[in-house]
Every structure is written in C-alpha cells, then in structure tokens.
Write a protein that binds this ligand. Structure first.
Ligand code: URP
Ligand code: ZN
Ligand code: ZN
Length: 470
C-alpha cells in the first residue's frame, strides 16, 4: 500500500503567510505531509509551473433563496456549487432566509433539503433573521448556534426583511449571548424609499435609477448606525458588501473607537460602476444589486481598503437571476420599474479570477493577501479554521491549482452558473484556477467536471471567536 492517496508535486504553495516550494501528500481527504521526496502515491498530480492554494471560500452567496412572487433564482445548489468549483472555490456559505412567521429551524431544514446530495463544494449556512420574535431570539437562535450555525445576517433595508433599530438591538444582544457573529446589510431604507418615491413622481423607471436612489449617504448613514448599535450592545459585527470610501471611513472610525468591526467587499465594487446600469434599453438590469456599483473614486477607495487591510474578506455576493426571463430580471413588474427588478448578480465563478488578476496581477496585493482574502480569513471569521482555509498537515485537502499566466476573457459562454449572462462580460483576466480538489478528490480539472454531485458536504462550524482571530 502506498503511503498517500495523492501527491501534488512540483508546485509553489502559498498560504496567508508564506510562499514555498513543497509537495503535498494527501491521505483520506486530508493533508498528511508537506515536504520534498514524499515517496509513492496512488496518484501524482504534476503542479510544476502552478500555484497551489487553499480552496477558495465564498462566505456570501445566495442559493435558491425565495425572492418574491414569480421570481426564481438562477442557481440551485447543484449549479451554484458547480460554478463555484470551476471558479476555484471549495466551500460556500449561503444564507438560510427566515420568512416572516417562519421558525428559524424550519428555514434551516428547508435549505438542507435543497443542498443534500446536490453539492460539488462543501457548504455551511448563515442564518437571516427577519422575524426576531422571543422564540426566534431566545430559543431557536441559541440552539442553532450550538448546532453550528454560528453567524446571522440582518437587513436594514428591503421590505419584508428589514429590521427596525430596536429589533436590530435585540438581535445583536441575542447574538452576543450565544456567540453568533452578526452580519449587517447597511443601507438606510427610509432614505431609499423617499428617493424611490421622488423617482416615481418624475417617471424615472429605468434600471439606472436603482443606483441613484440608493446613494452613498444611505449606505454611509446605515453603516454608522449599525456600528453604533453594535457598540451599544458591545458585540462584534461584520459589515457586508461595502461599496465606497465613506462606508470604509465609518468602519475605520468605529475601529479607532475600539469596536470590533469586520468588513467585506465584493468584485462588483472593484470593476463595475453605476454607469453599467445606465445603458440603452433594459440592459442595465443586469447590474442591479444592492448596494449598487458606485464610481471610480469608490473603486479606488475599495482597492485602498483591500491594500490597507480594512477588509477581512472578499466575497461574491452571488445572487443570480436570469436576464432574459420573466422569472428573472425581465419580470413583468421589473420591466415597468427598476423598483421591481430582482436584486442581485451572479459572480461566484468570476470573483477569484478578478481578485487575482486585478489584485495580484496588477501588484495591488501579494499572493499571501490574496489567500487571506479569498480563503483563510473566511475560515477564521466563520469558525472553519484550521479544517478549512489553509494548507497545513491535518487540514482538509481543499486545494486549488492556479495557472498564474493563463489569460482568459470573462464571458458567459465559458461559465457554469445557471444565469444567462455575466455582469463581468469582456473583462480580461490573467491567472486562472485549473484544478479544484475537495477533501482530496478532484472536482474540476482541464476545464471539465470530474466528480458527481453530492461530493460536497455540509460543514458544521465553530463559533467565530473559537476559531483563531483574523
Ligand atoms: O443585491 C444583492 N446584494 N442581493 C442579495 C441580497 C443582499 O442584500 O445581499
Ligand atoms: Zn445584503
Ligand atoms: Zn447578499
């Protein structure tokens, strides 16, 4: 019997702290050895000329999430995780959305039912609290956190999902009591509704008005308020999908006061702008997401935040809807006004090539920071480290080989998601994930799917604070 199932030989390994030449010996789905001349294995993968990185972790994705009457998300767990594996991801953290009146446990069971047996990557779930009843906060939430659902999202906007400040305070207190990490979608809903009504008065219905009615001050104010509410409760928070410099300043100000404020940004805030929504016809709907893409100053501010270490994690906020589809962006009501265009864009497959190319390739961040932003920090933040997020003896062999010199043009025809478009169409990237392994098993290689659905499994998580701090 050979000592290893697989050896990955001849590559350059990078973790969030080090870059070094070594081979990796894999046994029973885990990394069993790092070194040179490891001996024999049933299978040897030649990684010469390639980078050997921990599998990407995307901690902000929406899959099969109910999105309103007559609207259907473009991805189920099969297509989303397939697409993710092609994009260099090995673990996704989708949300379990609690409907008003629904028990949190029921919501979780529903998503488990959809995911079970259908995934190509591992998955773990965040909760979304929309109905913070005493039962939800005092009974269901603590029990679920104990069971490994150790993070929750609250919305400050969206009809039917937003919480009042009082409800947010109560939810933050409950999260603190049971050790869950709260994630906040920070936009001022009243300001947005005011601007939407003004837009309606003027007959402004085109997709571009989605961006102008969700302006930077609405995000800045809500970011400030979310941090203040967390300070009052004295609980760490994560501000998700930060889009601009004003919001970054609020995060830095909160940290300067001593608050524990974590932050996430996404590719749409680095390579898209509001101009993308301002196209002839209805095409701008392809870019409708919240917060909306901003302007070049905001892109520069987000890059600066990445370079200066303001952002802990980089996620896609994959929230896919088909464009040419009455259950997607072209929902009959959406065609009437931007207000009803399904909110969200696909991106789980393109996220890491964009960060690699624009970040590492253009010298904005080094390879180790790329690994931190795309994998290690997600694992640490959400209680998966060191099982996930690194290349170390004992860790799961979630490994992605990257060809740093391979150039591609992002376009719909090369992607594997369920959407019928990519908002990143035509963007040229250099650096491409060419081989994805999940717990030692090849999922994608040579541009082909090499595993059956169901290879991905649910991952129970520790509390954020129980993992090592970022
Ligand atoms: O537009 C977006 N981001 N849709 C997904 C829901 C959310 O707010 O994360
Ligand atoms: Zn959000
Ligand atoms: Zn989201």
């Amino acid at each position: 019997m050979t000592p290893f199932d697989t050896i990955i030989a001849g590559g350059t390994i990078a973790t969030s702290s080090d870059t070094f030449r070594a081979d990796i010996g894999i046994r029973d789905g885990r990394i069993a050895a790092l070194g040179l001349d490891l001996g024999d294995a049933a299978e040897t993968i030649d990684a010469s000329g390639l980078l050997v990185l921990p599998g990407g972790i995307d901690s902000h994705v929406h899959i099969s999430q109910p999105s309103g009457e007559g609207v259907t998300m473009a991805d189920d767990f099969e297509s989303a995780t397939r697409s993710a594996a092609f994009g260099g991801m090995t673990t996704l953290l989708p949300f379990c959305l609690q409907a008003k009146g629904q028990g949190l446990r029921d919501a979780v069971s529903w998503y488990h039912g959809l995911a079970e047996g259908n995934c190509y990557t591992d998955v773990s779930f965040h909760l979304i609290v929309t109905d913070p009843t005493p039962q939800t906060l005092n009974q269901d939430l603590p029990a679920l956190v104990e069971d490994g659902y150790t993070s929750l999202k609250v919305f400050m906007t969206y009809e039917g999902m937003k919480l009042t400040d009082r409800e947010i305070l109560d939810t933050l207190e409950a999260a603190k009591a049971c050790g869950a990490l709260p994630m906040v979608h920070a936009e001022n809903d009243d300001a947005i509704e005011y601007l939407r009504d003004r837009a309606a008065d003027q007959g402004d219905t085109a997709p571009k008005f989605h961006a102008s009615t969700r302006p930077i001050p609405a995000e800045r104010e809500a970011t400030h308020r979310a941090i203040a509410l967390a300070e009052i409760v004295d609980v760490p928070i994560m501000i998700v999908h930060v889009s601009n410099g004003d919001a970054i300043s609020e995060i830095e100000a909160g940290r300067a006061r001593g608050s524990v404020v974590h932050a996430e940004t996404c590719p749409q805030y680095l390579v898209l702008t509001a101009d993308d929504l301002d196209t002839a016809g209805f095409d701008g709907a392809k870019y409708v997401c919240s917060p909306p893409p901003r302007d070049t100053d905001s892109q520069i501010a987000c890059w600066s935040g990445i370079e200066r270490g303001v952002f802990d994690v980089f996620s896609s906020d994959h929230c896919p809807f088909r464009y040419d589809d009455a259950e997607g962006k072209k929902h009959p009501q959406g065609l009437r006004s931007f207000r009803w265009v399904p909110n969200g864009i696909p991106g789980v497959e393109t996220s890491l090539p964009i960060l690699f190319s624009e970040g590492v390739g253009k010298g904005r961040i080094d390879l180790n920071r790329f690994v931190a932003l795309s994998s290690t920090n997600h694992a640490k933040m959400y209680g998966l480290y060191p099982r996930k997020g690194t290349i170390a003896v004992g860790s799961d062999a979630d490994i992605v080989l990257w060809d740093p010199n391979r150039s591609e043009v992002l376009r719909q025809e090369i992607l594997h998601h369920g959407a019928d478009y990519t908002p990143y169409e035509g963007i040229a990237v250099t650096g491409w994930p060419v081989h994805t392994m999940l717990r030692g098993k090849t999922i994608v290689a040579d541009g082909e799917l090499r595993a059956d659905k169901g290879v991905g499994a649910y991952q129970r998580r520790a509390r954020s604070g129980e993992a090592l701090t970022v």
